[in-house]
Design a protein around this ligand. Sequence first.
Ligand SMILES: Nc1ncnc2c1ncn2[C@@H]1O[C@H](COP(=O)(O)OP(=O)(O)OP(=O)(O)O)[C@@H](O)[C@H]1O
Ligand SMILES: [Mg+2]
Length: 251
Amino acid sequence: MTLVVANQKGGVGKTTTSINLAAALAQKGLRTLIIDLDPQGNATISFVDQQQVELSVYDLLVRPEVTAEQVIQPGAVENLDVLGARISLAKAEAKLIGEFDSHFRLKDKLQPVLDRYDYIVIDTPPTLGILTVNALVAGTHLLVPIQSSYFALEGTDDLLETYEKIKARPNPDLQFLGVVITIDDKRTVLARDIRRQIHEVFGDKVFRTTICKSVRLEESPAYKQSIFTFAPNSSGALEYYSLSEEVIGRV
Ligand SMILES: Nc1ncnc2c1ncn2[C@@H]1O[C@H](COP(=O)(O)OP(=O)(O)OP(=O)(O)O)[C@@H](O)[C@H]1O
Ligand SMILES: [Mg+2]
């Protein structure tokens, strides 16, 4: 299973969801790989010391001779490996543009290591560019975090259009796994309205688990940890655990 966490809207909880979902799966004893396709590298620094990332996903995508084995590192958590990003990844789009196989680079490079993992989780940048397309071509399932805030659904049409295009040609096996509502503020009327809108648009694709707004979840990246080590008894830990159960149930 290769789960692509994507939404081209920025700051909706893609990275937080990728990190904590991957950590929850690993904690269950499932062999998990997290791939960081965001040049900001936030998912990477949660599990490895970025200084140690000599070869990164940039090298994997751009240099034909670099293999996934060379780039993957064990993460700070048991059962979790990391394919890390550095800021150099920001140059990848420019390097790949015009290459005839630019959309297939990640898929091709992952092929030899697929059977090592039960789950691969890919965090993507807030664009629908070559990196996100590489993730969707390599993926088996798309998971879309949507923040229950104003303009929540803005841009989801473009995302779904990209999903349909990729499903039509390069990756017919890609499935829409679901939508997770994130950074939800249960107290506000606005958030309740947006939740209702999201349910109207996505119906039973919306996960029952909602990730609430939480200071613990906001703080955990600063401490370079997943929520399960940073605040194992917090509501965020329970919610991401419950999301991981739903994900396993759906795939
Ligand atoms: N449930 C939550 N409660 C409170 N803060 C959160 C929650 N989830 C994420 N955040 C915070 O919101 C910000 C955006 O989250 P995150 O980085 O996961 O989003 P993103 O979609 O990956 O952003 P980008 O598009 O820039 O990659 C971060 O500061 C993060 O710590
Ligand atoms: Mg991010």
